[in-house]
Ligand binder design. Structure first.
Ligand SMILES: *[C@@H]1O[C@H](CO)[C@@H](O)[C@H](O)[C@H]1NC(C)=O
Ligand SMILES: *[C@@H]1O[C@H](CO)[C@@H](O)[C@H](O)[C@H]1NC(C)=O
Ligand SMILES: *[C@@H]1O[C@H](CO)[C@@H](O)[C@H](O)[C@H]1NC(C)=O
Ligand SMILES: *[C@@H]1O[C@H](CO)[C@@H](O)[C@H](O)[C@H]1NC(C)=O
Ligand SMILES: *[C@@H]1O[C@H](CO)[C@@H](O)[C@H](O)[C@H]1NC(C)=O
Ligand SMILES: *[C@@H]1O[C@H](CO)[C@@H](O)[C@H](O)[C@H]1NC(C)=O
Ligand SMILES: *[C@@H]1O[C@H](CO)[C@@H](O)[C@H](O)[C@H]1NC(C)=O
Ligand SMILES: *[C@@H]1O[C@H](CO)[C@@H](O)[C@H](O)[C@H]1NC(C)=O
Length: 467
């Protein structure tokens, strides 16, 4: 190279400019963005987002109609509720939606459920299974218990050309339903490939995280109000932490009115919005001694799964950099020792940082996260902080997020006349089918698709369930 010095100088300038707090405000625009208002004739707009009515304009992309799928409108519209909850699609037989995927990788999949008051269907009688591609996301789900709208939020890795959501009634006398569906490509940095697996003995890398199916079970804004999808760049909801905080003894909540300084390479606004980072609960040392307390949050969980715990930190409390050191515990195990908030945020206050931990929830009924002073904490400073926390359930070895059942077995659970599955064979069948279906799918998916999502779900009882 002839002018290495100049090259380095330019490189240095570019690098330093990109790490300056010149922060990006680009709006996230997902490549795949399907919002479906199921069972509705009209489009519905919710917080400036348009959910497309399934039965609106007959724009040629209609897919064969399933006999067992029926649009249902609520008898008496709910007051103050979003219009997507006024309609639903009911399935009396296995049926599926197919979404063409242009952007492979992690997708956010949200299913909206709200029981309707219909003269045709008694929603208390709904009981069904839901599959997303090869993952069981709901099994034996009873819709009849839902009194306020329920949103099930999943992160699913998609490596194929389509994403298929299948609804299967638990028995012929039951039915399945859904009110709205969202399928949105996630920002590439939302789910990294590696996190820290924390056990009582050790901390090791957990690799392959991005390929796991995840279900968001808690998304909490510590010491702050509920953050609605209107104020979140990825249309998520964050709930207050009061219910999960074990004790407020020795800590206080804090609000910061300034700007959150997102930096390139750090947490982005898509990872977690300003409204979550600008509140926190802190432990403060007010005299020469460091308080001997932890702040602990407790979350009830279902055992038998691994969980991803994402903790969000942003130093909105210290008067200067270099003063905030603390320990982070997950389930009472030291997960991050002497966390130095300055070094992880490139020596900038009010700049966000998050840490991902994986815990094995095999025998758990609750999961706890705590922060507390470390040996490096300094008197007269903040000695512990937390701004937000997310807890996500990870699919089990059967690929399921709801029970020890695999997707193929669930598909086959729909009665086919004289089918009698021998119980000891089930696991072998799951394995064999898993392998053969991967091969088959590769062939089928090469045939190409000309439409985005199927306007109407198609009856799958004759195709994938057939054998
Ligand atoms: C269903 O609607 C009818 C008529 O509007 C009303 O009388 C009844 O209470 C409603 N039932 C439920 C469960 O909301
Ligand atoms: C509304 O519900 C009531 C009672 O459940 C029923 O008698 C009536 O026919 C329903 N109306 C419609 C339009 O479905
Ligand atoms: C649903 O529940 C029934 C009865 O408890 C059980 O036999 C069946 O295996 C369950 N199905 C799934 C898919 O979990
Ligand atoms: C959005 O956030 C702003 C500022 O935090 C708040 O005033 C407003 O009420 C929020 N809007 C909704 C719909 O949550
Ligand atoms: C520091 O303050 C705490 C309460 O804020 C008190 O319990 C403790 O005794 C004080 N320590 C000293 C050395 O004054
Ligand atoms: C904080 O929690 C950790 C893990 O449970 C524990 O080892 C430590 O003793 C606790 N510290 C205080 C002051 O309670
Ligand atoms: C703090 O230092 C003491 C003494 O060096 C050590 O025994 C203890 O394990 C340290 N605590 C943590 C949480 O690192
Ligand atoms: C999740 O499911 C995939 C198969 O879809 C499997 O390879 C992976 O091991 C499962 N994850 C866990 C934690 O068991």
């Amino acid at each position: 190279m002839e002018f290495p010095y100049r090259t380095y100088l330019i490189l240095f300038l570019v690098l330093s400019l990109s790490t300056l707090p010149a922060l990006s405000y680009t709006v996230f625009s997902p490549v795949d963005n399907y919002l479906v208002d199921c069972g509705s004739d009209d489009d519905s707009t919710v917080d400036n987002r348009r959910f497309v009515g399934e039965e609106s304009s007959n724009s040629g992309s209609l897919v064969s109609h399933s006999d067992g799928s029926i649009p249902v409108r609520n008898n008496n519209s709910f007051v103050n509720s979003s219009p997507i909850y006024d309609t639903a699609r009911v399935f009396t037989r296995p049926s599926k939606y197919e979404f063409e995927i242009r952007d492979k990788g992690t997708h956010m999949v949200r299913l909206h459920f709200q029981t309707l008051n219909s003269s045709k269907f008694d929603f208390f009688n709904a009981q069904f299974h839901v599959l997303v591609n090869d993952h069981v996301v709901l099994s034996n789900f009873s819709g009849g218990n839902i009194v306020i709208p329920r949103v099930n939020d999943y992160l699913i890795w998609v490596s194929s050309e389509k994403l298929v959501i299948t609804f299967i009634p638990a028995k012929p006398s039951k039915f399945a339903f859904v009110n709205a569906i969202e399928v949105i490509s996630a920002p590439k940095d939302l789910v990294p490939n590696t996190a820290q697996l924390v056990t009582s003995e050790k901390i090791v890398n957990f690799d392959g995280l991005e390929k796991q199916a995840l279900e968001v079970v808690y998304r909490v804004n510590v010491a702050g109000p509920k953050v609605t999808q209107f104020n979140d760049t990825l249309w998520r909801t964050w709930v207050p932490d009061n219910e999960y905080l074990e004790s407020s003894f020795g800590s206080k909540s804090l609000y910061f009115g300034g700007r959150i300084k997102y930096q390139k390479g750090g947490a982005s606004r898509e990872v977690c919005p300003d409204n979550v980072y600008n509140t926190a609960r802190v432990i403060q040392s007010t005299n020469d001694s460091i308080p001997n307390v932890n702040i602990t949050w407790t979350f009830p969980v279902v055992g038998g799964y691994k969980y991803l715990v994402r903790m969000h930190f942003c130093d909105i409390a210290s008067i200067s950099i270099g003063l905030l050191y603390f320990n982070v515990y997950v389930n009472g195990n030291l997960a991050y020792k002497d966390l130095d908030m300055s070094s992880v945020t490139n020596y900038m206050l009010a700049s966000p940082f998050y840490a991902d931990f994986v815990v094995d929830g095999d025998d758990l009924s609750v999961l706890t996260v705590s922060v507390g002073p470390s040996n490096k904490s300094l008197a007269h400073t903040i000695v512990g902080i937390l701004n937000g926390v997310e807890i996500m359930k990870m699919n089990n070895s059967m690929g399921s997020l709801d029970g020890m059942v695999c997707a193929d077995w669930v598909s086959r659970s729909w009665p086919r006349g004289n089918v009698g599955v021998l119980f000891p064979l089930v696991f072998a069948v799951c394995l064999l089918l898993g392998i053969s279906m991967v091969v088959q799918r590769k062939l089928i998916w090469n045939e190409g698709y000309s439409f985005g999502w199927s306007k109407l779900p198609v009856d799958v009882s004759e195709t994938s369930v057939k054998h």
